[in-house]
Design a protein around this ligand. Structure first.
Ligand SMILES: [Zn+2]
Length: 258
């Protein structure tokens, strides 16, 4: 366990690993956006406790009753839109600028990594900045009228079918898997940030890096990845990532001599 506010030998070791890695990836989840005011959908009182995913968020429900799914989408929009990146997102941008981060795989749909300025982001669950027509493939910006009022379901200007936010619903395939596997296959260090990495494909990424002979640095409130055998190449940085990540990046900057 590494406490970045204490400048101990373990922090030095962790920073040395980051500087020594050939390719560094980050896997991020809901925990990185909490400090931006976006509650984890899975937390108690979160979106999934109000709208059961099986009842509102499957492809099958959207196709049968799009108006019902749009009740959820409008709530999701109120939760996500207008939010801004926090110091954890900005710390990852800084790490990229220092040449110490080469791509981010995110489970989040809030586009805060791109808003912060990160260049290479794989959004496995899609994003909430566009709407998409499942029938003809049209993709356009999400407009205020799509979600602000309890109006009709937005329809495709090309074919008239109901549109949906450009997010992966339950029952749909996750996005960019092939690109993500190619990227992760070359990573010898993975930062796991604000996610328990319990759901596929996120759950498989740390194992892939361990099998590469690489290291995993987990930054979260609670440790979710377990140590043991190959997993000895694992550091856990406890605490709020909006506080710990900037400290970690500061430590990387001041140990540039590695
Ligand atoms: Zn269409």
């Amino acid at each position: 366990m590494v406490h970045p506010e204490r400048n101990g030998a373990e922090l030095t070791e962790l920073v040395r690993l980051i500087w020594a890695a050939r390719q560094v990836g980050a896997l991020t989840g809901a925990g990185i956006s909490v400090a931006s005011g976006i509650a984890d959908f899975r937390s108690s009182g979160g979106l999934w406790s109000v709208f059961s995913p099986e009842e509102y968020a499957t492809l099958e429900v959207f196709e049968r009753n799009p108006a019902k799914s749009w009740k959820l989408f409008r709530c999701m929009g109120r939760e996500l839109l207008g939010k801004e990146p926090n110091p954890a997102h900005l710390a990852l941008v800084e790490l990229e600028r220092m040449g110490l981060l080469h791509g981010i795989v995110t489970q989040n749909i809030d586009t805060l990594h791109q808003q912060a300025g990160s260049s290479y982001v794989f959004e496995i669950h899609g994003e909430f900045a566009h709407v998409h027509c499942p029938a003809c493939g049209l993709l356009r910006d999400l407009e205020a009228g799509d979600w602000l009022e309890d109006g009709p379901v937005p329809l495709c200007a090309q074919c008239g079918s109901p549109l949906k936010p450009n997010v992966v619903l339950f029952g749909e395939s996750v996005r960019m898997l092939e690109e993500i596997w190619t990227f992760i296959a070359h990573c010898d260090l993975l930062l796991v940030i604000g996610t328990s990495a319990q759901v596929y494909p996120a759950a498989a990424l740390p194992d892939r890096v361990w099998r590469n002979g690489g290291w995993v640095i987990e930054c979260n409130r609670e440790q979710a990845l377990r140590d043991g055998s190959v997993r000895d190449r694992h550091f856990f940085v406890p605490g709020d990532v909006a506080r710990t990540l900037p400290l970690l990046v500061d430590a990387c900057r001041s140990h540039r001599r590695f």
